[in-house]
Write a protein that binds this ligand. Sequence first.
Ligand SMILES: O=C(O)CCC(=O)C(=O)O
Length: 273
Amino acid sequence: MVLSAAQVADFAEQGFLVLPDFIPADRLAELRARAAELDAQLRVTDADEVTVFSTTDQSHADDSWFLESGDKVRGFFEDSGDQLNKIGHAMHDLDPVFSGFCRDTGFGDIAAEIGMDDPALVQSMYIYKHPGVGGEVTWHTDHSFLWTEPRSVVGFWVAVDEATTENGCMWAIPGGHRLPVKSRFVRDGDSTSTEVFDPDEYPIDQAVALPATPGTLILLDGALPHWSDANRSERPRQAFTLHVVDGATEWSERNWLRRSPDLPFRGFEPVLS
Ligand SMILES: O=C(O)CCC(=O)C(=O)O
């Protein structure tokens, strides 16, 4: 067992679970180095066609660079243009380092222990939040973007750098996964929209900061509202996040994230050497 019974119960109750020291320093170093290599490669190959990724609105959303990235490894730049906001969204299947990381660090055991019958790895992101540049990620739930019936998505968020309230750590509303989900991001063809079920804000006065030392894993229930602030500090805040759904549920065809038939979603079994 990776998680104790108390931790499983805590996750069910709070909608999140913070596991300090979960990832060893050498694995973090491997991720950081591989992301830097990808950054250098993406600058060459993406030079003609880049997307500025807005974390505060969905202005990137109708952009084919974003919409076609569900089965690719692509770079998304900050407004300033020369620094990456993130790399996404299929490194967990296409890149040997990220694929290995996702599949041999205990995430699969955790997924089973929190009750996922047939985990499917659907989305991965290496998120930069550069000092003074990295923007806010507005309040959202992952279920709004990675919809299944019934709801099943779980986020595995890993602090590569220390994340603090100054450099944009995660925040969440304890128990907020029991609130009705307020919106859903849908894609029909190449156009996207947000269906709003409830325009009121989440009760963010109840939010708590989730500061994280490097190597901390934070599990996030898909219906848990979470947020991260802009990085107003002089210290970087790099993080990696993997989103997993239960293949025993129904994946919505209206999700923005699409896969070509030759790259179906896969589970935690090894796929690349
Ligand atoms: O790393 C962040 O600041 C946001 C990540 C996030 O929202 C997620 O992993 O679902």
